[in-house]
Design a protein around this ligand. Structure first.
Ligand SMILES: O=C(O)C(=O)[C@@H](O)CO
Ligand SMILES: [Mg+2]
Length: 256
């Protein structure tokens, strides 16, 4: 069983290169991040090379968070900014050997033209990414945490992936969001298995360490592995307190 530290939520105190080093010391096998763009790409690449950890994924720019933006790809009329963000993310991914870019849909509130804009921007992203061997991810986010987010269900993500029919377009199956939007995690994972490119997890409902709450991750992740999932699972949770003190779940997996 391999695990990736999501550096958007874990090890957020040090700058990103030192967060990568901290994740390696803590025993993670990989890292992933949210928005690395303020950090010189050479520093991130150097930390990855030094630790030997791969960076699995990063997100496109969310836009202006102060104005409530959380992604641009499904915002009609914002195509130039959305595509600039896609180009920026692909450049950063290529320079760091990152295998996947999560194209963030954004808070569309179901506006007219949002779905068409999202699909056109995703097709554009897939074309650019394919030339660089990069996977494009889309991630349904639960509407309680992100009201009005354009992509809020697994079924919607599956419809988009089927309609666009690009081999490098996959779904980010975040167990936290999936549990809140319907549960039935193993059955829904099995049904979507061929379309899934990455898995994340966190305790539900508190989005903290995956060692308590309504999902038994020791059981669930073992079942995913039994289904043939071999990639690292992305730990995307907000620690209840001290990060190190909360890593018992990781040492339990490692056998103490
Ligand atoms: O919020 C999540 O869940 C994520 O994975 C972030 O990358 C934002 O979409
Ligand atoms: Mg997630």
């Amino acid at each position: 069983m391999r695990f990736s530290a999501n550096l958007g939520f874990l090890f957020t105190d040090p700058a990103l290169p030192d967060a990568i080093r901290a994740a390696a010391r803590a025993g993670f096998n990989a890292v992933e991040c949210h928005f690395p763009y303020a950090v010189p790409v050479a520093e991130v690449a150097a930390a990855l090379a030094e630790t030997g950890l791969p960076m699995l994924s990063l997100n496109t720019s969310p836009g202006d968070r102060a104005r409530g933006e959380f992604g641009l790809a499904a915002l009609p009329g914002r195509e130039p900014q959305a595509r600039a963000g896609i180009a920026q993310a692909l450049d950063y991914a290529a320079a760091t050997g990152t295998g996947a870019v999560h194209v963030m849909a954004g808070i569309s509130h179901g506006a007219a033209g949002a779905e068409a804009a999202f699909r056109a921007n995703l097709a554009h992203a897939c074309d650019l990414a394919a030339a660089r061997g990069i996977t494009i991810l889309i991630e349904p986010l639960n509407p309680r945490d992100v009201p009005g987010y354009h992509l809020a269900s697994l079924d919607h993500a599956l419809r988009i992936v089927a309609a666009l029919d690009r081999p490098n377009l996959k779904i980010l199956f975040d167990c936290y969001h999936m549990q809140i939007t319907g549960g039935d995690l193993l059955t829904r994972f099995r049904a979507a298995r061929d379309r899934i490119g990455h898995i994340q997890f966190a305790g539900v409902p508190d989005r903290a360490e995956p060692d308590r709450g309504e999902v038994d991750f020791r059981w669930l992740l073992s079942e995913f592995a039994a289904e043939g999932w071999t990639r690292p699972f992305g730990a995307e949770y907000r620690p209840r307190g001290d990060i190190a003190a909360g890593l018992g779940w990781l040492s339990d997996w490692r056998g103490g």
